[in-house]
Design a protein around this ligand. Sequence first.
Ligand SMILES: NC(=O)c1ccc[n+]([C@@H]2O[C@H](COP(=O)([O-])OP(=O)(O)OC[C@H]3O[C@@H](n4cnc5c(N)ncnc54)[C@H](OP(=O)(O)O)[C@@H]3O)[C@@H](O)[C@H]2O)c1
Length: 229
Amino acid sequence: MKKICIIGASGKLGQYMVQHALDRGYEVVAVCRAASVGKLERFKDRIAILPGATDDRRVVEQAVAGCDGVLTVLVPWGMQKYSTGTAQAVLDFAPPGARLVFSCGWHITRDGRDVYPLSIRAAVLIGGWLMRVLRIGEINDQVEAFRRIFSSSTRWTVVRGSNLEEGASQGLPVWSQHVGDAILASNITRRIDFAMFMVEALSNDELIQQAPAIVGCQTPSALTAASAT
Ligand SMILES: NC(=O)c1ccc[n+]([C@@H]2O[C@H](COP(=O)([O-])OP(=O)(O)OC[C@H]3O[C@@H](n4cnc5c(N)ncnc54)[C@H](OP(=O)(O)O)[C@@H]3O)[C@@H](O)[C@H]2O)c1
C-alpha cells in the first residue's frame, strides 16, 4: 500500500483518515467539495487535493488513478443519488485489485441477519422520513449504493460504524458480523478509531468482501467479550 485516495476527506471522519494515512507514510490524494478545501488547510503541503463533488465521475476517475487503495465516506446527502453516484464511480474507476473501503452506519445490512434495537429502527425510520420530507437526503440512496458494493467482485470492505463520539484514541475497534451480537452492545466508538479501522482495513485481507460492524475496544461490551475469551 503506497498511494491511496480518500473520497470525502474534509468531513470529520475524513480528516482523521487523512492523519492516520499520513502517519503510515501513504501518499494521499484527497477529494472534497470545493467549498470545503479550507478544512484540509493543515494537510495542504503533504497531500494532493482534488476539489469536486464526490459523485463527479471525472473527478473520481482522476483521483483514484494509480491508487492501491480507496477510502470512501458514503453519506446520503441531497436528492440526486449522491451516495450511489460516488460508490459507482469508485467501483468503475479504481484500478483492478485496489482495496476499496467504504464507511456507513450500522443501519446498512448485508445479509438481513442484523438484529437492531428499537432505538436504531426508530432513528432510521424517523430520521429517514425527515430527511426525505425536508429534501436533505435519502437513506434509500445509501442502501442502493451498498447493494451495488455488496454485489461487486472488487476487493471491497464496508465498515459499519456504531454511534460515534469525539475523544482520544482508545485503540483499534473490535468488530462482529452482525448488529445484535453481544460484543457490540455498547454501541459507541471514538471517531478517531473508526478512521483507524478504515485505514487498517486497507492492508487486512481478512476483511475483503466483509461488512464488519465495529465498536470501541474499551467499551463495556468489548471488554466483557474479551474477558470471556
Ligand atoms: N455521525 C455518526 O454518528 C455516524 C455513526 C455511524 C456511522 N457514520 C458514518 O460515518 C461517515 C461520516 O461520518 P461523520 O460523522 O464524520 O460525518 P461528517 O463529518 O458530517 O462528514 C460527512 C461527509 O459528508 C459531506 N457532506 C456534508 N454535507 C453535504 C452535502 N450537503 N452534500 C454533499 N456532501 C456533504 C462532508 O463533506 P464536506 O466536508 O464538504 O461538508 C463529508 O465528506 C458516514 O459514512 C456515516 O454513515 C456516522
